[in-house]
Design a protein around this ligand. Structure first.
Ligand code: MIC
Ligand code: MG
Length: 309
């Protein structure tokens, strides 16, 4: 009922324990708070909160238009809905190193377990598109150092994402990853790896957990969890999978509604009313009310709880 009772500190400790190289922990991307609960119910290890999804959900492209306040607020709403650790995409950190420091503190306040900060220029773009630009190592190292220094909980995970692979090649990406670990990164997100051998090479080169981004319609093939575990990956994200699936379903039912005049043909694919209520734990709210409003007024029927569910 209501929100998770697991504290952010406990979630961060859990995240640290989870991120073991070669375990390929799966973190699906939640597109709203309720989907975070579904992710937990299905037994996943953690929740990912995608910058692309947060932007697209607002009807915006993922080019650095969202603000820190929007991201921290929505990420906090999603994170508090589950007992799992949640990692959020902090894009380029929302500004200069001092802004990055503030970003980290705001994300800590919002209950996140960690975030990733990338080395793209503003305006940034999806890491799987062409035409990206990256800042120099010194600028990026300052971002990461500022982030690491700013956190108040030492377990808040600072992950450095490098987009160098698509710009300067694998060797340069590995060099940068190593330098970012030296600057204070707790984990590395090598963006737009071409194949498994590239993931393997990054995992071998750095002594911190490595993330694999299994986004659809991108530059990386969709490898299985087992394949990525064998390559040494610690965590796998599926950032836009749920939003794409949900929007795909919404588009299909809207087509049915428009063409058939009724949503009838789509009903079987829908989450039922009962299942929806189960996910929001409706019954617990009923029990809570029953515990509070348990007085009797002689001669007066003050009604029972709304049982018409
Ligand atoms: C991981 C990512 O940064 C995101 O915002 O989810 C995106 C995902 C995508 O656009 O498919 C990315 O740049 O890979
Ligand atoms: Mg992103």
């Amino acid at each position: 009922m209501l929100y998770s009772h697991t504290t952010p500190e406990a979630k961060r400790r859990t995240l640290r324990e989870l991120l073991v190289p070669g375990t390929a922990r799966q973190f699906p991307g939640a597109f709203n708070p309720l989907s975070a609960r579904l992710i937990q119910e299905k037994g996943f290890d953690g929740v990912y909160i995608s910058g692309a999804v947060l932007a697209n959900d607002l009807g915006l492209p993922d080019i650095g238009l969202t603000t820190l306040t929007e991201v921290a607020t929505r990420a906090g709403q999603i994170a508090r809905m589950s007992d799992l650790p949640a990692i959020v995409d902090a894009d380029t950190g929302f500004g200069e190193p001092m802004n990055v420091a503030r970003t980290v503190q705001e994300l800590e306040n919002a209950g996140l377990a960690g975030c990733h900060i990338e080395d793209q220029f503003n305006p940034k773009r999806c890491g799987h598109l062409d035409g990206k630009n990256v800042v120099d190592l010194d600028t990026m190292a300052k971002r990461i150092a500022a982030a690491a220094d700013a956190r108040r909980d030492p377990n808040f995970l600072i992950m450095a994402r490098t987009d160098v692979r698509a710009v300067e090649g694998l060797d340069a990406a590995i060099e940068r990853a190593k330098a970012l670990v030296d600057a204070g990164a707790d984990a590395i997100f090598p963006e737009a790896m071409k194949d498994l051998s590239e993931f393997e090479a990054v995992c071998r080169a750095v002594n911190v957990p490595v993330l694999a981004n299994m986004t659809e319609f991108g530059k990386s093939e969709l490898f299985t969890r087992a394949q990525l575990a064998d390559a040494g990956v610690a965590i796998v994200i599926y950032p836009v999978t749920l939003l794409r699936s949900a929007m795909g379903a919404a588009e299909r039912v809207l087509d049915a509604l428009a063409h058939e005049g009724t949503q009838e043909s789509g009903v079987d694919a829908m989450l039922t009313r009962a299942r929806l209520y189960e996910l929001v734990d409706y019954e617990a709210y009923n029990r809570f009310d029953a515990g509070i409003f348990n007085f009797q007024v002689p001669g007066l029927d003050i009604g029972s709880n709304n049982a018409a569910l």
